[in-house]
Design a protein. Structure first.
Length: 289
């Protein structure tokens, strides 16, 4: 179970600032991508990969490693930034996001990118796959855990709710799901497009153990994970309240930054803001690759 000291907390904050700069840089270089959701989901990934999950580049093929499914696959720049920093592939590859013959596709591809556990991007499918992974772990008497991250717009897909019933039917308490609840999707506020509220009550009515946390507060996220690990007999859904475009002022809470690359002036402003943020002092532009 993750326990965060003050030193751990500062290390995670520093790491997140560097990775946010990497996200902005790679999307700028690609000229396309999804900055809003990548920036909102990053802190969940940072906690999981640096303090929770039993998986690293040296033992990536260990059969009993923990697994993560990024169901909201368009947020892959956040996952790529983490995997590169963890040594799954050279950091220089980040500058080739969405380029011809690059290992970093616009959505995760498990056949091309080391560390990616599932090819995703067709929204609504990740929880179903995670169910299969969790069932397999149980059948093998493995202690590995399965984590899945869904988007709040994504759960408008019917398959998510079929999978939610399956998770509970098989009592998959080795499965922990996160909902990146930033409130926005490509067409605007989810409450206006197709509201999934009330979220906690809805997941609870399906039989899930449900929690709500601050998706940008590492102690809140860690407490959610600890409570998920302690709960037996049902899967856990951690609703993480997040900010779309977190860390870049002009992207925050703006649906227009769901799937748009920054221009040169916007890119430089974003880097400047992240450099001056508390715990900054990370490298600039391509040098961060």
């Amino acid at each position: 179970m993750p326990v965060l000291t003050d030193t751990n907390l500062e290390e995670l904050k520093q790491k997140a600032l560097k990775l946010r700069r990497d996200i902005v840089s790679m999307i700028y270089e690609a000229g396309s991508g999804h900055p809003g959701g990548s920036l909102s989901v990053l802190d969940i990934l940072v906690l999981l990969y640096y303090k929770v999950m039993k998986v690293d580049a040296d033992s990536y093929l260990d059969h009993d490693r923990d697994r993560l499914v990024l169901s909201k696959g368009h947020a892959c720049p956040a996952l790529y930034a983490v995997l590169a920093d963890k040594g799954f592939f050279p950091a220089g590859e980040l500058g080739r996001l969405r380029k011809i013959n690059s290992m970093l596709q616009g959505h995760p591809d498990m056949c091309k990118t080391p560390g990616v556990e599932m090819s995703s991007g067709s929204l609504g499918q990740g929880l179903s796959v995670a169910n299969g992974m969790a069932l397999a772990a149980r059948l093998e008497n493995s202690l590995r855990r399965i984590f899945v991250i869904l988007g709040d717009g994504e759960i408008q897909e019917g398959q998510v709710w079929e999978a939610a019933m399956t998770s509970v039917h098989y009592r998959l308490d080795n499965l922990v799901a996160f909902l990146d609840f930033n409130g926005l999707q490509i067409d605007g506020w989810i409450r206006d497009v197709m509201s999934p509220e009330p979220l906690l009550e809805k997941w609870r009515s399906f039989g899930w153990h449900t929690l709500e946390v601050d998706g940008h507060d590492y102690r809140s996220l860690a407490e959610g994970v600890n409570r998920a690990f302690a709960h037996k007999g049902a899967p856990t859904m951690i609703l993480a309240r997040t900010v779309k475009g977190k860390g870049v002022s002009f992207m925050e809470n703006k649906a227009g930054w769901h799937g748009k690359a920054p221009g040169k002036d916007e890119y430089e402003q974003a880097l400047s803001e992240l450099a001056s943020a508390k715990g900054g002092g990370v490298s600039h532009g391509k040098d961060s690759y």
